[in-house]
Design a binder for this molecule. Structure first.
Ligand SMILES: NC(=O)c1ccc[n+]([C@@H]2O[C@H](COP(=O)([O-])OP(=O)(O)OC[C@H]3O[C@@H](n4cnc5c(N)ncnc54)[C@H](O)[C@@H]3O)[C@@H](O)[C@H]2O)c1
Ligand SMILES: N[C@@H](CCO)C(=O)O
Ligand code: NA
Length: 435
């Protein structure tokens, strides 16, 4: 039995996918049953790998998603449109869809999964989060007996590379970003990565799967790493932390609301995520009763990402092979562990309700009693301090670094507003959350 596949996009991930499908030896035998029927590209004239027959290339991507011979559409063109419309059209034409497109799924997942449930087809997206790292299938399947408590991830390779180099070399954000762009690690427009938007798309997807409801992307708190300076990395190091861009989704045992957030975070050096460096990704999941499980590997790149794409295609092919509904004249049955059939929206708590530790750095005039005034103000707002150090002098001002106990973010922000107004305070130079 052969399963016909249509590929939308022949860039990094598309070529990685062609590579695996064209070389089935020593892989699962089902790989041999997958046939690339058509490939959608922008230009037919571009010189291409001779293993891709010219006859299967087309610039008419609609003809792929409507082709009655095609069983599975792989969307690896990226972007919001026309990726969204093409996926919807493929679904209308009863094709299963495999996508690596976290941006389109985080934004239009509700529309796409509703259409898929109605049409009785699957939309799989393992490659969209953590590239080749298995994380979506484990959440949906292997961990499905658990109540998931927390998903904490380093899920953007570009920012992890920049922060790792800042930590090792003491360099500043802008110079290391420029270097990362020269080396091809960071995109020419690095906004989605460095401003946390890529990680926000990915944690919205993970939260939706882990907590069984839809997530409205604008409700995901998102803070990037542009303001993380070499000074903060240096103090974090002295205090026993490294700084990582964490994406966190959490449900407290007694509450219905979720926290879903992305921000640079001081991570204790002994924490399992602290040693995840360079472009590597890792996702730590805590479930009841499984406890902590961590997934680690390459979150991007042609091979790793295509590994996840082809695994999704094989899962669909396996379902098609064993589904007898069509023979019996019945509508197709969706596998409840693989489909995303939930329809309700999760309630997301405002950041002011969050309980977390904070790190703050103040530049102050060197008056006697300034540490006491800061401490009193925090105390008045129920913000308990774990440590306060006068770290030295910078630019003629005394530098005071504070780490709080776990406090309510709203209380901390109110205290900070009052501290900012004090005549002794020149500047609140930095505020970061602490894990
Ligand atoms: N590259 C990675 O490591 C990686 C990792 C995880 C997820 N992803 C996701 O995979 C998807 C593809 O990423 P990529 O790195 O392969 O991108 P890419 O830019 O290398 O490839 C995309 C290809 O699609 C083609 N394309 C785009 N619009 C088209 C159109 N309208 N008609 C015909 N062709 C069109 C482009 O010409 C390009 O060749 C994106 O959604 C990305 O977020 C990529
Ligand atoms: N730009 C993404 C690629 C993988 O999604 C990253 O840096 O992690
Ligand atoms: Na993955």
């Amino acid at each position: 039995m052969a399963f016909k596949v249509g590929l939308l996009g022949l860039g990094t991930v598309g070529l990685g996918t062609v590579e695996i499908l064209g070389d089935p030896a020593q892989r699962h035998p089902l790989v041999q049953e997958l046939v690339i029927h058509k490939v959608g590209v922008r230009s037919l004239d571009k010189p291409r790998d001779p293993r891709i027959p010219k006859e299967i290339l087309t610039t008419d991507l609609e003809s792929i998603v409507t082709d009655p011979d095609i069983d599975i559409v792989i969307e690896v063109m990226g972007g919001l449109e026309p990726a969204r419309s093409l996926m919807l059209k493929a679904i209308q034409h009863k094709k299963h869809v495999v996508t690596a497109n976290k941006a389109a799924i985080a934004k239009f997942g509700d529309e796409i999964f509703t259409a898929a449930t109605e049409a009785g087809v699957h939309v799989l997206l393992e490659a969209a989060v953590g590239g080749g790292i298995p994380v979506i299938a484990p959440i949906k399947q292997s961990l499905c007996s658990n109540r998931i408590r927390t998903v904490t991830g380093i899920i953007n390779g570009t920012t992890n590379y920049i922060l790792t180099r800042m930590q090792l070399e003491g360099g500043d954000f802008a110079e290391i970003l420029a270097d990362a762009q020269k080396l091809g690690y960071a995109e020419a427009d690095p906004t989605a990565d460095v401003d946390g938007l890529d990680a926000a798309d990915k944690i919205a997807i993970l939260a939706s799967l882990a907590f069984g409801g839809r997530i409205k992307l604008p409700e995901v708190y998102c803070e990037g790493i542009r303001h993380v300076s070499a000074i903060e990395i240096g103090y974090a190091e002295k205090l026993g932390f490294v700084i990582k861009l964490l994406a966190i989704a959490k449900r407290k045992a007694s509450e219905e609301e979720l926290e879903v957030r992305v921000h640079p975070t001081l991570v204790p050096k002994a924490h399992p995520l602290a040693s995840v460096n360079d472009v590597y990704n890792a996702i730590l999941i805590e479930g009841d009763p499984v406890g902590q499980v961590m997934f680690f590997g390459r979150g991007a790149g042609a091979g790793p990402t295509a590994s996840a794409v082809v695994a999704d295609v094989l899962n669909i092919a396996a379902l098609l092979k064993t589904d007898l509904s069509e023979l019996a004249g019945q509508p197709p049955i969706l596998d409840p562990l693989i489909a995303c059939a939930h329809q309700h929206y999760c309630a997301i708590a405002p950041m002011s309700d969050l309980y977390t530790r904070f790190y703050a750095r103040f530049l102050t005039r060197d008056y006697p009693g300034v540490i006491g005034k800061i401490g009193t103000c925090f105390g008045d707002h129920e913000v308990s301090l774990e440590s306060v150090v006068q770290a030295g002098f910078r630019d003629g001002a005394a530098e005071i670094v504070v780490v709080t106990h776990e406090v309510q973010e709203g209380n901390f922000r109110n205290a900070l507003k009052e501290i900012e107004e004090m005549k002794e305070i020149e500047k609140v130079a930095s505020v970061l959350r602490v894990l």
